[in-house]
Design a protein around this ligand. Structure first.
Ligand code: SAM
Length: 209
C-alpha cells in the first residue's frame, strides 16, 4: 500500500517563486561582471529604454542585415527580434559561452554565434554577407587593446552600407565621445537616464578611414 503523502508543515515558509528570466539575467550579468569585469563592463543588463534608444531611427523596410556584437543576456537582441522584418538577417555575437548559450535558448530563430566579435567579418563571409546596414555594439571598446578596437571599428565601417550606422552603447555618458569622433565624422550621443547605471548610445556615421 502506498504511503500517504506527508502533511504539509504549516510552520514551513512557502517556497520562493522561481526567478524570472529577467532575474536570472541580472544574476548572470552580475556574476560575469565580478569574474570578468573589464570584458563585461556592466553589472546589469541594459534596460528596455536603452534597447529602444539603440534601435531608434532604423529604417526596417530597408535593413537587410543587422549585426549585434557583445549581446550579453540579450536585452538589445529582444528588441531587435521584436522590430526586425522577416527580410532582415540578424547576426548576434557573444564571446561568453554561458551568456551565448542563454541567447541561443531565448532566441532560437536568431543566428547566434558564440565567439569573438573581433572577427565578425569572417562570420559574415562564411554566410555570404557582403554588406551590413547597422552594427550595434555592446562591446566594451574603450577597454580593448587599441589594435583590436581599431579592427572592430574598421571592419564595421568597411561592411556598412552608405546609409549604415555604427551604434555603441555606454554606461559612461559622453566620456568617450572623442574616441568615436576620431573614427567617425558624424557622432551623435543619445542620453538614456532610465538605465542602471544611466548611459547612452553613440550613433556614428561616415568613417574617417
Ligand atoms: C556591457 S556588456 C553588454 C551586454 C548587452 N549588450 C547589454 O546591453 O546588456 C558587454 C558584452 O560584450 C561581451 N564581449 C566582450 N568582449 C567580447 C568579444 N571580443 N566578442 C564578443 N563579445 C564580447 C561581454 O561578454 C558582455 O556580454
Amino acid at each position: 500500500m502506498p504511503y500517504p503523502a506527508p502533511a504539509a508543515d504549516p510552520s514551513a515558509r512557502p517556497a520562493p517563486p522561481p526567478p524570472t528570466s529577467q532575474g536570472r539575467d541580472r544574476w548572470l550579468m552580475a556574476k560575469k561582471f565580478l569574474t570578468r569585469g573589464r570584458a563585461v563592463a556592466s553589472f546589469s543588463p541594459s534596460s528596455r529604454a536603452m534597447a529602444r534608444t539603440m534601435l531608434d531611427g532604423i529604417d526596417w523596410a530597408a535593413a537587410r542585415c543587422v549585426v549585434e556584437l557583445g549581446a550579453g543576456t540579450g536585452p538589445i537582441t529582444a528588441e531587435l527580434v521584436a522590430r526586425a522584418r522577416p527580410h532582415t538577417r540578424l547576426l548576434v555575437v557573444e564571446i561568453d559561452p554561458e551568456m551565448g548559450g542563454r541567447l541561443k535558448a531565448k532566441f532560437p530563430q536568431v543566428d547566434v554565434v558564440i565567439g569573438d566579435a573581433c572577427h565578425f567579418d569572417r562570420l559574415l563571409a562564411d554566410r555570404g554577407v557582403t554588406q551590413v546596414d547597422h552594427v550595434l555594439s555592446g562591446l566594451p571598446l574603450p577597454s580593448f587593446p587599441a589594435d583590436l578596437r581599431d579592427g572592430v571599428l574598421a571592419t564595421s565601417a568597411r561592411m556598412l552600407s552608405p546609409a549604415g550606422t555604427f551604434r555603441q552603447l555606454t554606461v559612461m555618458p559622453l566620456i568617450y565621445y572623442r574616441l568615436y569622433a576620431r573614427y567617425y565624422q558624424d557622432v551623435r550621443f543619445r542620453f538614456v537616464p532610465l538605465n542602471l547605471p544611466p548611459g547612452g548610445v553613440y550613433v556614428c556615421r561616415g568613417y574617417r578611414g
